[in-house]
Design a protein around this ligand. Structure first.
Ligand code: ADP
Length: 589
């Protein structure tokens, strides 16, 4: 709705008051003046009537009406007054302006009747005789309480009007000047009243738009001064509170955005109120323009929507065991709690999203590992048990059979031992690296490689395999020599295992960029492409039968991978079926 400014409410009111006052005063003044003037004229006419009263009375006694008429005409000319003498019957016997005989009977004239009844009569009306508006005044002429005639004096009212017109004109201009002056003064007063209010309004608008550091100047009027002080105080307190809230908010924002867990807050209708970086990344939402949008719109995931709905409906905190994001295949665990306002109404919900993909994977790895270990251990144990039972059931009596069975039992025991050794070595490695018990030393690589080759000599010689070393003495790296020796020895062992007799194995070390590369290449059977990604997994073997026959445990490469990792490096494999394989350990310098 349109609202007028305070100035335009005050000023027109002042103008109206001035206008009404000036008009009323002027009207009352002119009316009083008019009345006063008429009274004066009436008084004057009365005096004039009294002046000729005596002369008329003298002539009346003698019935000399002609003399009275002449006298009237003579006096009237000198005093600009019309004088009429009327007998009690109404017959006009003398008139200064007319011939009495031609005049009508005046018994019905009001001033005449009033003069007879009240001793004096006054009337203001139009004279048909003269054709003018006239003021009449009549007094009776008495002798011994008997009215002999009535003397009537009159003047045209036009003369009175003329005289009053001049006064009215002056009155009008005086009124105009007073009104103009009063209007100007009242404009000044209106402005003086409205200006501080307007200034306060202006500053209050700035307060409303957030500029709370502005301050109002204090006006002179006590009430406005109090108001201005109160507004300043309010702005100061608001500013302080907003600063505190902003600070708290940025602290909360900082906490939320640094959290690994995703946090998502929605209002009671499921529209996003707040979302942290982690939640946005997990749900693949653009956090910057998701505010105010519904979860359905930004994250097309029916399970999540259902969970939010359940949380909003449920006053108790809720928790999902597991939740799969269909597109990314990630596992989430959700904790939800509905929010209530101070009137205990549902105002939304907050969800904490916990990415448990890694935990799940680790659990899976652990489960697989236990299954694999059990399986791998069970096989030799079952065999040993079987042969022992066979021996006990009588085979012991046959020395040849006994020896054969004991050899098999010994072989399976060796396998058990090998698996346990490898497992222990893996767990020791993990434990040592977790507890940071491993020491690393910047040292030359060559002696470690030489030592590993020497340790594999027996096996190599058995298959007439030549192990060649290509390594500069100067190549150094920060290594745990014992572990690197174990890793290279494992690689050479594998190379010997999976190579034909009389083939060659090459062990090389090179420095490339900021890495030292230790390569073990053979001319063996090679590995099919499909297995290359998985051979470093625990217990993964390409060909179970062959691996077992060769005394493999399926743990060798995962130990190597671990050793590379504790050095901050990694292992890679390249292989061609029938051509051979090259395993490379990358170590940072
Ligand atoms: P294993 O004890 O069975 O050798 P590893 O973890 O050392 O277990 O190796 C895993 C698998 O990788 C082996 O079963 C084998 O098939 C393959 N492998 C490892 N090294 C070689 C190699 N030099 N040549 C061909 N295959 C290899």
């Amino acid at each position: 709705m349109f609202k007028r400014r305070l100035l335009w409410q005050l000023y027109p009111s002042f103008l109206l008051i001035i206008f009404i006052s000036v008009i009323s005063v002027a009207w009352y003044g002119s009316q009083s003046l008019h009345k006063f003037y008429l009274n004066q004229v009436a008084e004057d006419l009365k005096y004039r009537a009294h002046l000729i009263e005596k002369q008329v009375l003298t002539n009346l006694g003698n019935q000399r009406f002609k003399e009275i008429d002449d006298f009237c005409k003579q006096i009237a000319a000198a005093s600009s007054t019309r004088i009429t003498v009327i007998l009690p019957s109404g017959e006009v016997i003398a008139d200064s302006d007319e011939v009495p005989g031609r005049m009508k009977n005046h018994a019905d004239r009001p001033e005449f009747q009033a003069a007879l009844e009240q001793g004096s009569g006054k009337s203001l009306r139009f004279s048909e005789t003269l054709g003018k508006r006239m003021m009449y005044l009549a007094i009776p002429i008495r002798q011994d309480d008997k009215v002999l005639a009535v003397v009537r004096t009159s003047v045209p009212v036009t003369a009175i009007d003329e005289a009053l017109k001049g006064i009215y004109k002056k009155l009008f201009w005086a009124g105009v000047i007073i009104a103009v002056c009063a209007a100007a003064i009242s404009l000044g007063i209106s402005k003086k009243i409205s200006r501080p209010v307007e200034q306060m309004t202006e500053v209050a608008k700035h307060f409303a738009s957030g500029q709370l550091d502005l301050r109002l100047s204090i006006p002179n009027a006590a009430e406005l001064a109090d108001l201005a002080k109160a507004l300043n105080e309010m702005a100061q307190q608001l500013n302080a509170r907003i600063n505190t809230i902003t600070e708290e908010r940025s602290q909360i924002q900082a906490i939320l955005s640094s959290m690994v867990e995703g946090v998502l807050a929605v209002d009671s209708s499921g529209h996003i109120v707040s979302i942290n970086k982690a939640a946005a990344e997990l749900l693949r939402i653009d956090a910057t323009n998701s505010h105010g949008r519904s979860v359905e719109e930004v994250a097309r995931n029916p399970e999540l929507q259902q969970y939010i709905k359940d949380t909003l409906d449920n006053k108790q905190p809720t928790e999902t065991d597991c939740f799969v994001l269909n597109d990314s295949g990630r596992f989430l665990q959700l904790y939800g709690s509905s929010l209530t306002d101070n009137k205990d109404n549902n105002s939304g919900a907050v969800l904490v999203l916990h990415d448990i993909t890694r935990t799940r994977q680790l659990e899976e790895v652990r489960r697989d590992f236990i299954a694999n270990v059990s399986h791998e251990l069970k096989t030799p144990v079952t065999s040993i048990k079987g042969f022992v039972e066979t021996l006990l059931e009588g085979a012991l009596n046959d020395p040849q059979e006994t020896q054969k069975f004991l050899k098999i039992i010994a072989k399976h025991s060796d396998r058990l031992n090998a698996i346990i050794e490898d497992l222990l070595s893996l767990s020791r490695l993990e434990e040592d690296s977790e507890k940071r018990r491993l020491s690393f030393e910047k040292t030359s690589i060559r002696p470690t490689l030489v030592s590993a080759i020497e340790l594999s000599n027996v096996k190599a010689d058995q298959k007439q395999i030549a192990v060649e070393l290509l390594c500069d003495k100067e190549i150094t790296a920060k290594i745990n020599a014992a572990l690197i020796e174990q890793a290279v020895l494992n690689l050479i062992d594998n190379a010997i295992k999976y190579s034909q007799d009389n083939s060659k194995i090459q062990v090389t070390a090179q420095e490339i960029g900021n890495e030292v590369l230790i390569k073990v290449s053979d001319q063996g059977c090679g590995i099919e492409k499909e297995h290359l990604d998985r051979i470093f997994e625990r217990f993964y073997v390409v060909d179970k039968g062959r691996s077992r026959k060769l005394g493999g445990t399926g743990l060798g490469l995962s130990i190597i991978k671990h050793i590379a990792q504790v050095h901050g490096g990694y292992v890679k494999v390249e292989s061609d079926i029938g051509q051979g394989s090259t395993f490379t350990i990358h170590l940072p310098i």
